[in-house]
Design a protein around this ligand. Structure first.
Ligand code: GAL
Length: 698
């Protein structure tokens, strides 16, 4: 079965719907060009670094670029944060230095991503127009000297930002050395000043139409919160506020950051070669805005992957890669990653030898078509002089250089094999920012962290399937035989209809605890969970319980424990199958259903009412994957070994990574052809990587 589907898959696109119903297996996720740039003559996989030529004497540039070449770099990202060099005084522009830096990169065969400098406004701007500065929730206005001190709501700031972006695009929009644009840098902190408040009121007016509607959706009769007018509504992100207001605050930051970014994107688009991509770089699990929505108008997603304690939980890290790929369902850029250590945690340990390379290959396995290090060498002064870098401050290689250069030469060798390939997905998981926020606003159990819960679900599904797409609840799911939504707390009627249609068409949907509880104004659905999906499930949540001690459960998956959260499920239809029950002598949950499933035509819906301990989660996940016919490429892979696959353009690439310290066996298919890395006698050494091309037919 797996063999036959492989062949069918290789001929089509990204999703391998192993075991999917016939009708579903035929559909696929929209194929997109899967390579780093849209320039046919540029490398398929970008490898490089952040470079800040404005911080160094020009006489040093060529030596820096020569070292970059030596490291195997083919890409630099420049100009982000260089506003005071490009526009040292209001309206006075100096781009000659940037022209020369780009030309120098070209001489060394290095392509360029240009960053707009708007994360770091110059002093002339913030001094003359202090109204552009961000205001904290407590009313304190930011001051000059750091970065991201601007207000995302300031029209004046947007005008200045648009002007510098326009000037750059007019100058470089048709320069063939520029392959793409990064807008700003890690957008995030909101503002609470006057302009933000008036945008907030306009946003609410637009969202609710009338104040009566808002009052009704927010249930403002509660605690006398009724508003007569939009202008009465305070702007808050925290505190003793109605959670409906706080959830809408997140919708507001999403809308405001989106048009902040699009203000610059549209300015660039007006002048740029359509082959130059436009993106922005985002952060690890950042919850400041809905990333699916923000990326709608951008060409691709990019993110900055830092392992702060240098002790990677590689599965959780892989989940974030998958999430980022899901923003556009397209391969992404790893715009920044650490060349060793960070400098912003209490103990900034370095990654172990081999781990920088390993993390690079992991990114590629999950769909990165670009890896850029931060940064080439430390600025001689400033906030980040202790950061891990590729070169030392003297401009000669740091110890990590050789490992990076090794990865660089492997990537160069593997580039043809990887070009135009996408990660292979055998199932999907749904991540919803609204659900994450709604749970965070009212956890009920302090340890119910929605990211941890998502990761606990993801872990066994990723290990068992070796390919999980992470998607928004409104994405097209028709190519996936199994879709798991760990805690889809906020569920709109539209999303419920979409998920029902998926199940009715033969899909297997799994909901985790707390699903289907709230609407998108954070109000409880009038029905018990899973709210609008209750009729499809034919069962409901009778009651939910925060747990201070684990509770036992047993069923057709075996037995195990739940902790933190458990729900008592109650079947309402006769055809609902109880798949696990709690054993809780003397407690509310004793003998009550914990997991239920119902077949719906050729599809099914399952509800898991508890946050399961890892062993139980693994067994339940395995059973659900078996039910849906989801099988991995390489079975029985030892703990700590990750298998990633990319496929497309008639190619199938297998990437095996040993994230552990000791050697592990990996059964590589006999006819697989080595592309890079090392594996000897089917053993992969600690922190070893092996990349193979698997001929069609496997
Ligand atoms: C990122 C940022 C970079 C650099 C790096 C260090 O968040 O984009 O400019 O500060 O962190 O970790």
């Amino acid at each position: 079965m797996a063999m036959r589907l492989w062949r069918a898959f290789l001929a089509t696109a990204t999703v391998l719907a192993s075991g999917a119903p016939a009708a579903m297996a035929q559909s696929s996720v929209t194929p997109m060009p899967a390579r780093a740039t849209r320039f046919a003559d540029k490398p398929a996989i970008a490898f490089g670094t952040a470079w800040y030529p404005e911080q160094w004497p020009e006489s040093r540039w060529d030596a820096d670029l020569a070292w970059m070449k030596e490291a195997g770099f083919n890409t630099v990202r420049i100009a982000e944060f260089a506003w005071s060099t490009m526009e040292p005084r209001e309206g006075e522009f100096h781009f000659e230095w940037l022209d020369r830096a780009i030309a120098a990169a070209r001489r060394h065969g290095i392509m360029v991503v240009l960053g707009t400098p708007t994360a770091a406004p110059p002093a002339w701007l913030t001094q003359k127009y202090p109204d552009v500065l961000r205001v904290d929730e407590d009313g304190t206005r930011a001051t000059h000297g750091g970065r991201r001190q601007f207000s995302f709501a300031s029209q004046r700031y947007r005008d200045f930002a648009r002007r510098i972006a326009t000037k750059m695009a007019q100058r470089y929009g048709n320069n063939p050395d520029i392959v793409g644009w990064q807008i700003d840098n890690e957008i995030g902190p909101p503002s609470f000043g006057k302009e933000a408040i008036s945008r907030w009121h306009a946003f609410l007016k637009e969202r609710y139409g009338s104040i009566d509607n808002l009052n009704q959706r927010w249930a403002t009769e509660y605690w006398s919160q009724h508003y007569n007018d939009f202008d009465q509504i305070p702007l808050h992100a925290t505190g003793q506020q109605n959670p409906a207001l706080l959830l809408d605050f997140k919708h507001f930051t999403t809308a405001t950051w989106t048009d902040y970014v699009m203000n610059q994107a549209s300015a660039i688009r007006a002048h740029a070669d359509p082959r130059q991509f436009i993106t922005t770089n985002t952060m690890f699990w950042n919850g400041g805005f809905d990333h699916f929505k923000l990326h709608r108008g951008l060409d691709l997603a990019a993110w900055d992957n830092y392992i702060q304690d240098a002790d990677p939980d590689w599965v959780a890290n892989g989940a974030d890669h998958d999430l980022v790929r899901g923003y556009k369902q397209r391969n992404f850029w790893l715009m920044e990653t650490q060349a060793g250590r960070v400098d912003w945690v209490p103990v900034n340990r370095a990654l172990k030898p081999g781990q920088v390379r390993e993390m690079g290959w992991q990114a590629i396995a999950h769909g990165a078509d670009a890896i850029l290090y931060w940064e080439l060498r430390p600025a001689r002064n400033g906030q980040e002089t202790y950061y891990g870098t590729v070169l030392g401050q003297d401009g000669t290689p740091a110890p990590i250089f050789d490992e990076i250069a090794k990865l660089g030469s492997e990537i160069r060798k593997a580039s043809d094999a990887l070009a135009d390939t996408n990660p292979v997905y055998r199932m999907a998981m749904l991540f919803s920012y609204d659900s994450r926020w709604a749970i965070d606003l009212q956890r009920l159990h302090k340890d119910f962290d929605p990211i941890d819960e998502f990761t606990d679900f993801y872990r066994p599904f990723r290990n068992g399937s070796q390919g999980v797409a992470v998607l928004s609840p409104s994405a097209d799911l028709s190519a996936y035989p199994l879709v798991v939504a760990p805690a889809l707390n906020v569920m709109t009627q539209e999303e419920a209809d979409h998920l029902s249609a998926y199940v009715r068409a033969g899909g297997n949907l799994v909901l985790g605890p707390r699903s289907g509880m709230k609407d998108d104004a954070d109000a409880l659905w009038p029905e018990r969970q899973p709210g609008p999906l209750q009729p499809l499930l034919g069962a409901r949540v009778e009651q939910f319980y925060a747990l201070d001690e684990p509770v036992q459960l047993a069923g057709d998956f075996g037995e195990g424990e739940a902790s933190i959260w458990a729900e008592w499920l109650k079947p309402q239809s006769k055809d609902v199958r109880i798949r696990a029950r709690y054993a809780d002598p003397g407690g509310w949950l004793d003998g009550k259903p914990a997991i239920v499933s119902r077949k719906v035509g050729k599809g099914s819906i399952t509800y898991i009412g508890a946050w399961l301990e890892p062993a139980a989660m693994r067994d339940v996940a395995q059973q659900l994957m078996d039910d849906a016919g989801v099988r991995p490429m390489i079975p029985n892979v030892p703990e700590g070994v990750e298998i990633g696959e990319r496929s497309g353009a008639g190619k199938h690439i297998l990437i095996a990574i040993n994230h552990g310290d000791s050697p592990k066996p990996v059964a590589i298919p006999a006819n697989a052809l080595p592309v890079a890395g090392e594996v000897a006698n089917d053993m992969l050494r600690g922190h070893g990587v092996a990349v193979f091309r698997v001929p069609a037919g496997n």
